[in-house]
Write a protein that binds this ligand. Structure first.
Ligand SMILES: [Zn+2]
Length: 282
């Protein structure tokens, strides 16, 4: 028998009969539920390849995929109700939440890329002269971010993913791309259908880390989830770019231009070796 417990620190409720979570908490719950499901549905010969025991490039994919479920009205209407009247969450409300979500999506992506860059830099090849982490972060910010470094701040000291995800923060970006492709190609039409659930279970979750991730992803959604670059494999950006209304171009770097702002904002780069997400400098 499998038991997976999610121990969450949510705001909770004074009533024992209803849980009042804000949507950010619901999204987090769905994210963590994706991890739980990955473990629950896994059927591998060896426990060390079970569930979330996959290569880091793939570890956050089920959780990122389930975040989509937390934003889909067809899913929300099944459980989200007004705490006193019992009224099902209005579709219009969900639509405006989705609108608000898109408002700073590109900025948020840039922030995620910046975090990953810090992680890659601090764990990467070191310069011979010693440098403190604050000056490294400040330099990266000046070079790549569209916001300024504030002297006297040491943001990286509270970036706890530096320790438990050392040199692996990029995997959140990989997961974002993979999840966007899986959602669009497999789930979006009918996220709650038996066919969708069965495919996720038998072609993805069941295999844990016992199957090559490239084969697993291709078996799940077909072509268009991976791309070859510089002798390696990286996520295909098409679905994420479509979703965020970003354009992909450039040769050496994959450059993301926010269409709505007329381009020329910048995203920093990340990836393996020369494969980068990149938001070109204006
Ligand atoms: Zn996660």
């Amino acid at each position: 028998m499998f038991v997976v417990a999610l121990v969450c620190n949510f705001s909770g409720s004074r009533s024992s009969s209803s849980a009042k979570l804000n949507h950010w908490e619901v999204e987090t719950l769905f994210h963590e539920f994706g991890h739980a499901l990955h473990s629950l549905l896994s059927r591998t010969d060896y426990q060390h390849f079970s569930g979330t025991r996959v290569v880091l490039d793939l570890a956050e994919t089920p959780s990122n995929l389930f975040e989509y479920y937390a934003w889909d009205y067809r899913v929300l209407r099944k459980f989200a109700r007004h705490y006193s009247t019992g009224e099902v969450i209005p579709e219009k409300l969900v639509e405006s939440m989705q609108g608000a979500r898109k408002m700073f999506a590109a900025t948020d992506l840039q922030r995620q890329i910046f975090y990953a860059l810090i992680d890659q830099t601090l764990f990467g090849e070191q310069l011979s002269r010693q440098r403190d982490t604050t000056s490294v972060v400040a330099d990266l910010k000046r070079q790549y971010a569209s916001w300024k470094h504030v002297e006297g701040t040491h943001w990286q000291t509270r970036f706890n993913h530096l320790l438990n995800y050392g040199a692996g923060y990029y995997s959140y970006l990989y997961a974002k791309c993979f999840a966007a492709t899986i959602w669009q190609k497999l789930c979006q039409e009918d996220p709650l259908s038996l066919a969708t659930g069965t495919a996720l279970r038998t072609k993805f979750m069941e295999h844990g880390g016992a199957k090559d991730p490239a084969d697993l992803l291709t078996d799940l959604v077909g072509d268009g989830i991976l791309q070859s670059r510089d002798g390696g494999i990286v996520p295909d950006l098409t679905s994420l770019c479509d979703e965020m209304k970003l354009e992909e171009c450039g040769q050496e770097h994959v450059v993301l231009y926010p269409i709505e702002t007329g381009g020329k904002k910048r995203i920093t780069g990340l990836g393996r070796k020369n494969s980068h997400f990149c938001w070109e400098k204006a």
